[in-house]
Structure formats: C-alpha cells, structure tokens
Design a binder for this molecule. Structure first.
Ligand SMILES: Cc1cc2nc3c(=O)[nH]c(=O)nc-3n(C[C@H](O)[C@H](O)[C@H](O)COP(=O)(O)OP(=O)(O)OC[C@H]3O[C@@H](n4cnc5c(N)ncnc54)[C@H](O)[C@@H]3O)c2cc1C
Length: 409
C-alpha cells in the first residue's frame, strides 16, 4: 500500500486481478426465462459497460443457468445482454433444489478453466467473480444466501439500486481507523422502513493488517421489477459454454412427486383490483366491510399489502382467513399484477408494493397523506380518509351502475 497524504491507497493489483466479471444467476420456469433474470442482465450490462469504460477493462456479463433442456435459453440470454452463458444441463437440475444448485454455482464461480474460455487474458490470477446477482424471489433469496456462504463472502438482499464506485473508507476494524481507498465497490441500496429510506450496503475486504481478508464476490439479490431489461438485440453475439457439474448425485433431497400449489386468488384474469393497507387500522373490520362492498360493486378482486398478511389486527375468523393471507399480497413478496384499474386504499406505496402493481393501466389511490409515494403512481389521487371516501365512491358507483343497466334494458 502506498501513502498519499492521509489516504492509504490500495496499490496491490494482485487482489484486484483475482476478481473479474459480473455473474448473473438466471431463473427459468416452464421453458421461459423469468422476467427478473432479464432485468438483472439489463442492469449488469449497463453497469459493466460503464465499468469497462471507466477502468479501461474488458470484463464481462456472465449468465449462469442450470436446468434440463436449457440450451435454447442461452442464445436468448445473449440477446438480452450476456457476453457469455455458462449452462449446466441435466435431468436432475430440472427443478431448483437448493443443495445441488448451491454446490454447482459455487463450483462454476471458482472454476478457473471456465475463465480460460471466457477471458483468457484474466485467467492466471482469477479466483472468483467480482460481483454476483441473484433474484430476490423465493428461489433466489435462499440460493443467494447459501451460495455466498459457500463462497465465504457477504450478501446484500432485496436491492433496488446499484452503483459501482471508488470510495474512501475509514473503519475501526476494516481499515484499523485509517482512511483507505477501495476501488470498484458495488454500492448496494436496499429500501428499508417501508421503502422510504435506503440503506447502502458494502461488501469490503478487511485491510486492517491484523485481520486481513478478502470478501468476493460482492453479491446481492435484486428485487423483481427494480430494473428494466435492455432492448432485445437479436444480432448480439456471445459465447455459450456447457459445464459438466460434479456432486449432483449425492443430494439429500429426492423429488419423488411434484405438485404445483395454485394460488387461491386469481389475479391473472382480474381486470380490476382493489387493494388496502394499514390505513384501515382505525376500525379494521368495519373498513374491510366497506372496501369489500366497493370491490363487489366494481366486480374487483381484493389485494393487500405485506404487513396485513402478518395478521396485525384482531378480526373475525371469516375476514381473517379470507383476506389476511399471503396469497393476497401484491408486490415482490406476493403477486405481480397488471389490471386495467388498480384502486389503492390506505396504503403508502412502498417500493416493494409498487413493483407488484406498476403495470396497472389506471391507478386510483385514497390516502390521508399527500406525501405518500403512492401519489407518484396514481392517475387519480384522492386525498382523504378512506372511511369517508370509500362509501361515497361505492354509492356513486351503484348509481352509475343503475343508470347503465337501465339504459341497456
Ligand atoms: C424484503 C421485503 C419485502 C417486502 N415485500 C412487500 C410486498 O411484496 N408487498 C408489500 O405490500 N409490502 C412489502 N414489504 C413491506 C413494505 O416495505 C411496506 O412496509 C408495506 O408495503 C407498507 O404497507 P402499508 O402501505 O399497508 O402500510 P404503511 O406504510 O403504514 O401505509 C399506510 C398508509 O395508509 C395511509 N392512511 C392512514 N390512515 C388512513 C385513512 N384513514 N384513510 C386513508 N389512508 C390512510 C397512510 O397515510 C399511509 O400512507 C416488503 C418489505 C421487505 C423488507
């Protein structure tokens, strides 16, 4: 390390050379790449293009896909931004199984022979990927934690903004109180406190000589809907490499039978969805009855925000088991919906919720707080108490319905 003023600069290129590329772990279902995987590829592409320009490097976006009959997906991944696709194809990998997938992805991440094919110029020092992206869904959240544990590095979960930068850091333990420059750090932003504040998470090497240790890859799971895929370019060229994994035979988990549990609520065919959040809290049972009446008048399905699925209020069994259930959650932890009309009642519009409903054609929201983020998603924002607005709306709608049905008779 070389001193410059009060800053100790990291001039050890060896460390930097050990870590290369962004690895994006792809998910697919019934022969199709799931949207969040294309979104992650898009963001990786944008980050890597800037990165290579800034640092004058030729690092790559590497997609990793495990499954059975997945060869055809590889070309598609190239057209969505991957420079290279590593795929493992085997009947055993047909469905996600955390123990096997973890082992294989960790093998791929550490494989220096693969790097010879991806980027021979970086092979000699290569140890691990520089960055690694997973989806923040049920499969990816679990997989990211086990893979990063296997690779003995850190993980930031549920991220919706990423920046690569050089930072001056002073930390009691990591830098032993000195200011040290860290290069090519992935700043991972996580929405917290209902999505109104961001926590920036950094995965930093220990540069304190007493506890020297490197933490790579810098890994994160990414909230579905947080980024946009790049426009598909069918003329893009990339390398596709088949990987022959080891150790998939000795899984403790055997799939003997498989049944897909269907959700109890069908949002796919719902043209109108009325959702409510913690704004019902003054009198939950009465307010839900009111919202139910509005939904019935509109012929709408009912959705909720995540906190309500944790059953925060005492309700009669009928309401509790009908509405306060995970199947009704809209957002990253529940369903992604795209109705023609979305009515958001007493919900603030946290980023995780918005990710689930932002494809709605028209959004009407009712909220007491003009500063609630839901206002930014709304075509019509009604500033008021739901207890007063909802009954008026229902009454007016009933009158309109009567007029419409009288006219059509
Ligand atoms: C990893 C992770 C995943 C998550 N996934 C999801 C997800 O998939 N879906 C999801 O919804 N959340 C999710 N969340 C939670 C999310 O961050 C928010 O905490 C949650 O969405 C807030 O719920 P809310 O809008 O009901 O409550 P609040 O944020 O408390 O908002 C209540 C709103 O009601 C308004 N209000 C109060 N009284 C009235 C009244 N009388 N009339 C009208 N308006 C009123 C208030 O002004 C406020 O805007 C997730 C969080 C994490 C950390």
């Amino acid at each position: 390390m070389k001193m410059s003023g009060t800053t100790v600069e990291d001039s050890n290129p060896k460390i930097d050379e050990k870590y290369r590329h962004i690895y994006v772990i792809i998910e697919h279902f019934e022969g199709h790449v799931v949207p969040v995987s294309l979104e992650m590829l898009g963001e990786a592409r944008r980050l890597m293009d800037d990165f290579n320009q800034k640092y004058d490097l030729k690092e790559k976006v590497v997609a990793v896909v495990l499954g059975s009959n997945v060869r055809d997906l590889c070309e598609e991944l190239v057209t969505y931004g991957a420079d290279c696709v590593i795929y493992a194809n085997h009947e055993v990998l047909k469905y996600p199984r955390n123990d096997i997938d973890t082992r294989i992805i960790a093998q791929i991440a550490k494989d220096t022979e693969l790097i010879k094919e991806i980027s021979p110029e970086y092979q000699s020092a290569f140890a691990r990927p520089r960055y690694m992206f997973f989806a923040a869904d049920n499969t990816g959240r679990h997989l990211s934690s086990t893979v990063l544990a296997e690779l003995e590095s850190g993980l930031a979960s549920d991220i919706n903004k990423l920046v690569i930068s050089d930072l001056e850091i002073r930390h009691e333990h990591k830098t032993k109180g000195k200011t040290i420059r860290y290069e090519k750090i992935l700043e991972m932003y996580r929405p917290d406190f209902s999505g109104f504040l961001w926590t920036t998470i950094l995965c930093l090497d220990n540069k304190n000589p007493e506890i020297l240790r490197e933490y790579h890859p810098q890994g994160c799971s990414i909230i579905p809907g947080a980024f946009k895929p790049i426009e598909r370019d069918r003329s893009r060229k990339g390398k596709v490499i088949e990987y022959s994994p080891e150790g998939y035979q000795d899984s403790k988990i055997k799939i003997l039978n498989r049944k897909v549990v269907k959700k109890t609520v069908d949002y796919d065919t719902s043209k109108i969805i009325v959702s409510f959040g913690r704004g019902i809290r003054e009198n939950p049972e009465r307010n839900i009855k009111m919202i139910e009446e509005l939904a019935q008048t509109l012929g709408a399905e009912i959705g909720i925000t995540l906190p309500l699925s944790k059953k925060p209020y005492q309700l009669s069994q009928n309401f509790d088991s009908k509405y306060m259930i995970p199947d009704r959650v809209i957002g990253t932890s529940g369903s992604k919906v795209a109705p023609r009309l979305y009515v958001a009642i007493g919900l603030s519009g946290a980023v995780q919720h918005i990710a689930g409903m932002k494809e709605s054609e028209v959004v009407i929201s009712i909220n007491t707080d003009k500063n609630s983020p839901i206002i930014d998603e709304s075509d019509i924002f009604i500033n008021g108490r739901l207890e007063e607005v909802v009954p008026v709306l229902t009454e007016q709608l009933k009158k309109q319905t009567n007029i419409i049905s009288m006219r059509s008779n």
